[in-house]
Write a protein that binds this ligand. Structure first.
Ligand code: AMP
Length: 414
């Protein structure tokens, strides 16, 4: 039997309901802050991610689904949403609009990662971007909005980690300092860390190895090396979060998977989740638009994983699907009348379902009860319809034309 590809999943009706709730809450919470919906294509020019996300990142090096479109162009299933939104911002001249341009999206993303609980090869993200403002208020606003969204969806046991990466220049200087420090302690480091000192020294902070951890405790910290402007920006973000009553942990070792971040970075985790504890994260990316050949444009944003949010949430209430009218057949002869009645009922705004499985009348009534039908219309052979009120347990014969008005009248009178 053919199965869904490894690392992918089907969204069955019950979980579709829960996901609709995430979307509705995102719409409500982000809409209230002036964020408007945008959707970009599921695939883009490979170069967008190579340049935007960064050539040396795991995403670009190992995790992209890249293919030739047959015409010699290299395309990639989008692994993230920020670079595409910035591409759209430039392509549609959105810098001529009042700034910042506030956008949000929800859709599927693709990364060729090793699948495990909470980590898939096709997953959904809801994301928000504010492009065109360098104000610390933008960063704080975005962080509060994500906190509110996680809260509204019922994500439990969340923690917020917060840091600042400063500017690329600060980072280059800091990287050299950190590399020198790591080289001077090479024999105390885990082999894997030692091999990556020059490639990715920041990763040493994430190591689970005890010897490496001991070395890293005394390692120079980026937060202590921030340029005064960046330090001031960061202090302001923190003060705003304090005012908003949002608790966070300062974590100078916070590293994110994309190269484009500058200044503020943050991540929400949930202790409800196992190894893949990240629910959502983001930060400021003041250099990205320029990397994509646009003018210098400060910007900030985040993305959160829909599946992880639901995994970390309480059982979400899902309203049982309600059926106003179930149309049953007393015998085969009324089938055309029944079909027409179903069409008319739906056009009149009722949720109507038609017997389609050839059940006996008794079976049809049982089925109508099971699906929670409020009324059942039993279509007889001679144009007479028996309308049964399933709540009251009463029924009466009526003309076909009366069925829909009778239900509408009854539903209107409380
Ligand atoms: P990132 O774009 O890497 O910052 O990820 C943002 C959020 O997307 C993470 O916190 C996760 O909730 C979610 N996410 C990232 N990668 C995956 C994946 N492979 N499977 C499921 N969710 C993911």
């Amino acid at each position: 039997m053919i199965q869904a590809p490894r690392g992918t999943f089907d969204i069955l009706p019950e979980s579709a309901q829960q996901r609709k709730l995430v979307e509705a809450e995102a719409e409500r919470i982000l809409g209230a802050a002036g964020y408007q919906r945008i959707e970009t294509p599921t695939f883009e020019a490979t170069d967008l991610f190579a340049r935007g996300v960064g050539e040396t990142t795991d995403i670009v090096q190992k995790e992209m689904y890249t293919f030739d479109d047959g015409g010699g162009r290299s395309l990639t299933l989008r692994p993230e949403g920020t670079a595409p939104v910035c591409r759209a911002y430039l392509e549609h001249g959105m810098r001529k609009l009042a700034q910042p341009v506030k956008l949000w999206y929800l859709g599927p993303f693709f990364r060729a990662e090793a699948p495990q609980r909470g980590r898939y090869r096709q997953f959904w993200q809801v994301g928000a971007e504010a492009i065109g403002s360098d104000a610390p208020e933008t960063d704080a606003e975005l962080i509060v909005l994500l906190a509110d969204l996680l809260d509204a969806v019922g994500v439990r046991q969340t923690r917020l980690r917060l840091s600042s990466l400063g500017t690329p220049a600060t980072r280059v200087e800091y990287r050299e300092e950190l590399k020198a420090y790591l080289h001077s302690h090479e024999d105390e480091l885990a082999e894997e860390v030692r091999n990556r000192i020059d490639l990715n020294p920041m990763r040493a902070f994430d190591s689970g190895d005890a010897g490496t951890q001991a070395v890293m405790r005394d390692a120079p910290k980026l937060l202590d090396r921030l340029h005064p402007d960046d330090a001031e920006h960061f202090a302001r973000v923190r003060a705003l979060l304090d005012d908003a009553g949002l608790r966070y942990e300062l974590d100078g070792t916070l590293v994110r998977g994309m190269d484009y971040y500058t200044r503020t970075v943050f991540e929400f985790t949930s202790d409800e989740l196992g190894a893949q504890s990240g629910v959502g994260g983001g930060g400021r990316y003041d250099g990205l638009i320029e990397l994509l050949d646009g003018p210098p444009t400060p910007a900030s944003g985040w993305a959160a994983g829909v599946e992880r949010m639901l995994l970390a949430a309480r059982e979400l209430p899902h309203a049982p699907a309600l059926v106003d009218l179930y149309i049953a057949l007393a015998s085969g002869d009324g089938a055309r009348t029944a079909f027409e009645l179903a069409v008319e009922a739906r056009r009149a705004g009722l949720q109507a379902q038609l017997e389609l499985a050839g059940r006996s009348l008794k079976g049809q009534l049982k089925h109508a009860d099971r699906i929670g039908a409020r009324y059942v219309a039993i279509v007889g052979d001679n144009g007479v319809v028996t309308l049964r009120d399933m709540q009251a347990g009463e029924q009466q014969d009526t003309e076909l034309e009366n069925v829909i008005p009778a239900i509408l009248r009854a539903e209107r009178t409380p």
